[in-house]
Design a protein around this ligand. Structure first.
Ligand code: GLP
Length: 241
């Protein structure tokens, strides 16, 4: 595991944006694995800026997001499809048919998970996977006790994750407790992984991921076995290392 510690969250975003840009410059038709959550937003803003300055094009790449809430459609304000449209896709030159997320409204969610696995395979696999980390060590929506070899499937969210993500939902709004997520085995097949963590709330999960035993209770710890993972932290997230 390569662990890079920089001072601020802004520097984490700069590092990540530079890595994504370098990947696209080296291989314009890359498959980028993308993540939602607050952490990668600043990275997406920097990528949009580079695109606007004419320094970067997404026209030939494909994107595959980690996960989607089961039951939320693309227009729902809290769906991850909508998040990606708002935070990145609407502002760059990626073609809509080249952006992929599991379909939260699929009539047969299990078949949708299989379809998503096949899609990633057909695209040739993920070249660079961007990840955040949950306070409980989850990656994607692979909650603690997920099988370390798991594939894309339906997961029940833990109360801790539901609570952590409740800030995005209005009190009277339906908040799904199920999601479709790439599995840990799926994520481990990405050629490169770039995990970002910022802020003190992530310090414990980061320390367990990097220094703890590889164990299902901290799904991110599986990344210790990934040959080319880079963990980028600000000082607060690195505090317990
Ligand atoms: C969600 C997402 C994860 C993300 C995590 C942390 O549960 N499914 O992919 O890494 O939240 O989010 P944040 O970056 O907002 O702390």
């Amino acid at each position: 595991m390569q662990v890079v510690i920089v001072r601020t969250a802004a520097e984490v975003a700069q590092f990540a944006a530079d890595r994504v840009a370098a990947q696209l410059q080296r291989k314009p038709d890359s498959v980028l694995g993308l993540a939602t959550g607050a952490t990668p937003v600043a990275t997406y803003e920097l990528l949009i800026e580079q695109y606007r300055q004419g320094r970067l094009s997404f026209a030939r790449c494909h994107t595959c997001n980690l996960d989607e809430y089961l039951g939320l459609g693309p227009e729902h304000p809290q769906s991850y499809r909508r998040f990606m449209q708002d935070k990145l896709f609407n502002h760059i030159d990626v073609l809509p048919e080249q952006t992929h997320l599991p379909d939260g409204l699929a009539a047969d969610p299990e078949a949708e998970c299989q379809h998503y696995e096949n899609l990633i395979r057909q695209l040739g696999g993920v070249d660079l996977q961007l990840l955040g980390i949950g306070r409980n060590g989850h990656i994607g929506f692979n909650e603690p006790m997920s099988s370390l070899g798991s594939r894309t499937r339906i997961k029940t969210l833990t109360p801790d994750t539901v609570e952590a993500n409740a800030r995005y939902f209005r009190p009277d709004e339906f908040q799904p407790q199920l999601a479709l997520t790439m599995g840990i085995g799926t994520i481990m097949e990405a050629r490169q992984v770039l995990l970002l963590a910022t802020g003190e709330a992530k310090a414990e999960a980061v320390a367990t991921m990097v220094e703890g035993p590889v164990a299902a209770r901290c799904p991110a710890s599986a990344l210790q076995f990934h040959p080319t993972v880079c963990v980028v932290l600000d000082e607060a997230a690195a505090a317990d290392l």
